[in-house]
Design a binder for this molecule. Structure first.
Ligand SMILES: C[S@@+](CC[C@H](N)C(=O)[O-])C[C@H]1O[C@@H](n2cnc3c(N)ncnc32)[C@H](O)[C@@H]1O
Length: 457
């Protein structure tokens, strides 16, 4: 047998391929991480099996030095390492916060502290932590306006709202920033200027509760050095909680991890648009990713002559069926098809609307119409995604400075296109099944519960 053709070689090649895909490049030798480790050690943080590394797909994250068992505590961060609103209130800012009316929000207190400490440079006890914070952010608030226009329309609108909120937070805090002038060697406006690098994503690590001197907004965020190097994967399960006994914030893995692999936590079962909006990244193959269908799209291919249309829309609204209608990897969501079935009811079938909402398939005609409309919407979105990808690609050729931001938008559209193609295939099989086998022969029913008998009012 030729060398390299046997089973052992195949296994070795597969292993090599798998590890080169996920293998990170160790970064623990970098001066900033050596300083961080020293700083953490001084605050009683016990060395872990995790080291900073750079990964091909996810960028900087944490790599496991050994294999990790399910249920193992992977990080235990002493309270003294956490940067919370308590830290801020106990600091030199405390007296200024207590005096300021209306009381600053917990978020403003944390951001102000971070900016002031960053400005203090070598004098800041938090310097080793501040030095490893990302240098740039890709949340939509930091995207250039011409890049925002390339996002899916509802997301672009949310991105603009996010920008407005951050601007307002900054504008309304100007007076508070000026009140800190006695603490600053330079003009307060130059220290607290509006810019994209205002702060990292804080983690929710503490229970809610109001701190004295701060506004009543939820005080749930804190910064967790080292722990905040963990990237997100929807595939892992972790338990994260503050251990009152050890006074440490602990992360326990619910899934094992092999040696030299990236260790992830799950930020939540978010779809990709949410991850882009809140965290500034788009993962590939996110099982929670979906393409939402707005009310406008829902009715776009329905006859405008339908006299019952307004009534149907209000039924959908009253029963909370007008939002969260999506295409996913498995095809159109059950909610989307149910909404379409209701909208496609013929005048004579209208009284069946309750059964439709309960999941019944009313007739082959209704089912076929609903699937056809779903396919049309899917095709419209597919064409839109392809056109946007072309636009992004042209812009990438012209605007080299925006390449990183444009790649992010490109990944989002590419992922959505994949979902839409998968949905189109599912829809085609469903359309074929409806066409080729009458309802009475289909068992079990395609996408609902059993075919209905009569309908009530
Ligand atoms: C808590 S930090 C994680 C550490 C971060 N990568 C770093 O270098 O500081 C969260 C940020 O990491 C990035 N990130 C997290 N999970 C990711 C993933 N699966 N793929 C790409 N970027 C990810 C995003 O920029 C996100 O806003």
């Amino acid at each position: 047998m030729k060398k390299g053709r046997g089973r052992t070689s195949r296994i070795r090649r597969r292993k090599l391929c798998r590890s080169s895909q996920s293998r990170g490049v160790n970064e623990s030798y970098k001066p900033e991480f050596i300083a961080l480790k020293k700083w953490l050690k001084a605050r009683k943080f016990e060395d872990t099996n995790l080291i900073p590394a750079c990964f091909p797909d996810t960028g900087r994250g944490l790599m496991s030095k050994t294999s990790l068992q399910e249920g193992q505590v992977i990080i235990s961060l002493p309270e003294s390492c956490l940067l919370t609103t308590d830290t801020v209130i106990r600091s030199y800012l405390g007296a200024y916060i207590a005096k300021w009316q209306p009381p600053p929000s917990p978020l403003l207190a944390l951001c102000t502290f971070l900016v002031a400490e960053r400005h203090a440079g070598d004098r800041s006890p938090w310097k080793p932590y501040l030095e490893v914070l990302p240098k740039a952010y890709t949340c939509p608030v930091c995207l250039e306006p011409e890049v925002v226009t390339l996002l899916p329309r509802p997301l672009a609108a949310e991105a603009r709202e996010q920008r407005t909120r951050v601007r307002e937070l900054f504008t309304s805090a100007r007076g508070f920033f000026s009140s800190l002038q006695p603490l600053l060697p330079e003009a307060a406006e130059s220290v607290f200027s509006y810019g994209p690098s205002c702060g990292p994503g804080a983690r929710r690590v503490h229970g809610a509760g109001q701190r004295q001197g701060l506004s009543a907004e939820p005080d749930t965020c804190a910064l967790a050095p080292f722990l905040d190097l963990l990237n997100h994967s929807p595939a892992v399960q972790v338990e994260a909680a503050f251990n009152e006994e050890s006074r440490c914030y602990e992360i326990r893995t619910g899934s094992g991890c092999r040696r030299h692999e990236e260790v992830f936590i799950c930020y939540g079962p978010h779809d990709s648009r949410r991850l882009l909006l809140e965290y500034g990244f788009v993962p590939r193959g996110n099982p929670h990713a979906c393409v939402p269908v707005s009310q406008d799209m829902l009715v776009k291919y329905l006859p405008s002559t339908d006299k019952q249309m307004n009534k149907k829309i209000s039924i959908l609204k009253d029963h909370d069926f007008i939002e969260n209608l999506t295409f996913g990897w498995d095809g159109p969501s059950w909610r989307l098809l149910t909404a379409l079935r209701l909208l496609c009811l013929e005048a004579g079938e209208f009284l069946c609307w309750k059964k439709v909402l309960l999941g019944e398939i009313i007739s082959d005609v209704n089912e076929k119409k609903s699937l056809d409309i779903a396919q049309k919407i899917c095709r419209y979105f597919t064409e839109e995604a392809s056109a946007m990808l072309q636009k992004v690609s042209h812009m990438k050729d012209k605007e080299m400075a925006l390449i990183h931001q444009l790649t992010l938008v490109e990944t989002l559209w590419t992922e959505e296109l994949k979902i839409l193609r998968a949905s189109a295939e599912t829809l085609s099989s469903l359309q074929t099944a409806v066409r080729d086998s009458p309802r009475c022969l289909r068992s079990p029913p395609l996408l609902g519960v059993a075919p209905s008998a009569g309908c009530d009012a």
